[in-house]
Design a protein around this ligand. Sequence first.
Ligand code: FPP
Length: 267
Amino acid sequence: MRASIPAGLSHKEAELYSRLDPARFPRHIAIIMDGNGRWAKRRHLPRIAGHRSGVFAVRNTVQCASRIGIPAMTLYAFSVENWLRRPKTEVSFLMGLLRRYLKIEMSSFHENNVRVQFIGRWRELPVEVQERMDWAIEETANNTGLTLTFAINYGGRSEIVDAVKSMINAARRNGGLNHLDINEESIDQHMYTSQLPELDLLIRTSGEMRLSNFLLWQAAYSEIYVTETLWPDFSGVKLLEAIAEFQKRERRFGGIESIHPATVHSA
Ligand code: FPP
């Protein structure tokens, strides 16, 4: 028997939800939010109009994820490369947008029991942006529903570099480099995502077939779902469609028998 439909879903979301198996929902979903620029271009609008509309897609997607009980969602908001390769005006627009978003969204975070956190080298951001981020972390620290992680000034390779440095520093503190214990588990504990569940589903919008330096370590066994939908057109409905596709996949983790996500986590 299917579980009851969670409160707050739209009619279409509820309809899609009713066809899914909540026991086999991904526990951690990450999204490469791509296509804001193309969305704007198609409408003869400036690129920043695409980013502005992208905020609505973030809101709708996050609300749906939290209502259906997804424990963790990680959104790729700005890459390390975005800083270097985009016009300064666009970068500072995105910074302002993030600050405003965190403030405006706070009531919705509380309503939906969302805890906010950030990964990446975000301590390199302008101080007023960092202050707003610190505020959002603190304000939502006691929420116990969805953990919403924004990857900001993030790069998958720089995360691995930071993990290696962190391991070496930890070993030094614990008596020297002969205490350096290198294995998959210990490396995992030094990744930015060490407190998050395994990444089950990685979604990329706007059709590109690339990881773009996102969660390189974590994506080792994730299912990848690429949709042609441009990010501003993404939504809770599209998220549920991605989950439906996820539930059709057979996950083998290098073996020959398929393993369902629910079984993987309890193994
Ligand atoms: C990729 O589209 C998107 C970004 C680099 C920025 C992501 C920002 C948002 C989704 C909106 C704001 C989010 C928050 C959390 C405030 P692109 O510009 O690379 O699009 P293109 O590939 O079509 O040019």
